[in-house]
Design a protein around this ligand. Structure first.
Ligand code: LMR
Length: 328
């Protein structure tokens, strides 16, 4: 090769390399809830922090409200590399691991603080890696909050739920939970819930306060019971292959941004649950009814067989660790 040709080849190689390295790493972060919810806020915080750490190098695109993928499709999209980060509810991983079903067991956790302790402990942390064999890496847990039952009639005792249709997330444990009280559970995507409640396709549902308020479910339900019978939290997950293929300094920085954004979202979840509850009350669309200990005990008793049913899949050790987190 002549000297000038060689020079041209080197210059072209440099140009290509430069152009390639100049293209930002695009990270699509997709979720199904509103921007104002704890998860919505955490996703936006991640964008802010990641782009501040790597200006021009990393671009985070956040897609809320099932805009890009609804919950039927987001896991597939992650595995195909069409999105890089999602944060599904812990109830939605049943196809990939049975261990996370622990979070859906009714009346397992006394409150969100106990959930936090379990997630932070060794068993909870190990569960972040329970899907690595499927190519899914857990980056952290994110809170939403405890769930309340709702319907168009007061649900004082399990007998009140008999024969009613309840929308549930895609979880076999939640299906068993409603069957245990003689109700008829229906798995529906989150994006379909409002319409299903409004049109009477289902009679009731269960949700934490932030989802109820930001998605206006209280406008299409007459009664919300303060049952706190279960938790709705998330795991922020990424495609393990994509994550491990990132340059180490970028992976480290993104991990730091993720940890910070989760702390931020969790603080909102803790601080704002009472405010979202109050907003629902102030709207005066649905009546919010406290429940007595005796009433809650009836639900607890009726739903207790669900624990035994799922213990072989979840593991006694995992359930015990979760129970231990209730002790303070
Ligand atoms: C639901 O489907 O009810 C929730 O998982 C939605 C969410 O992401 O909070």
């Amino acid at each position: 090769m002549s000297l000038s040709l060689r020079f041209l080849a080197v210059a072209a190689a440099f140009l290509i390399a430069h152009t390639v390295s100049a293209a930002p790493i695009i990270i699509k972060y997709s979720h199904v809830v509103a921007d104002q919810s704890p998860k919505g806020q955490a996703a936006l915080k991640f964008k802010e922090l990641a782009e501040k750490k790597f200006p021009g190098v990393v671009e985070v695109q956040v897609f809320p409200n099932s805009q890009l993928y609804g919950d039927g499709k987001e896991m597939e999209a992650l595995l195909l590399g069409d999105v890089q980060i999602i944060a599904p509810s812990l109830a939605k991983f049943g196809k990939y691991t049975k261990k996370l079903q622990v979070f859906d067991l009714p009346f397992l956790f006394d409150n969100i603080q106990a959930v936090d302790r379990f997630q932070d402990g060794p068993v909870g942390q190990a569960l972040l890696n329970s899907m690595t064999d499927k190519g899914i890496k857990g980056l952290g847990y994110l809170h939403n909050g405890m769930k309340q039952l709702s319907a168009n009639k007061p649900l004082r005792t399990p007998a009140d739920a008999k024969g009613l249709k309840f929308r549930i997330q895609s979880s076999d444990v939640l299906e068993a939970q409603f069957k245990a009280v003689g109700a008829n559970p229906q798995k529906l995507a989150f994006a379909e819930v409002y319409q299903a409640l409004q049109s009477g396709v289902v009679d009731g549902t269960e949700n934490p306060w932030s989802n109820t308020y930001t998605k206006k479910f209280h406008e299409v339900q007459k009664y919300i019971m303060e049952s706190d019978h279960g938790v709705l939290d998330y795991m922020v997950v990424t495609n393990a292959g994509w994550w491990n293929g990132l340059p180490p300094n970028i992976r480290k920085g993104l991990n730091e941004a993720m940890v910070e954004s989760i702390k931020y979202g969790n603080k909102i979840a803790f601080d704002e649950a009472a405010n979202f509850r109050q907003k629902v009350i102030d709207d005066k669309k649905a009546e919010v009814l406290p429940m007595t200990r005796a009433e809650l005990n009836q639900w607890r008793k009726a739903m207790a067989p669900v624990w035994k049913q799922f213990e072989p899949e979840i593991g006694r050790d995992v359930i015990d660790a979760a129970l231990k987190a209730n002790e303070r």
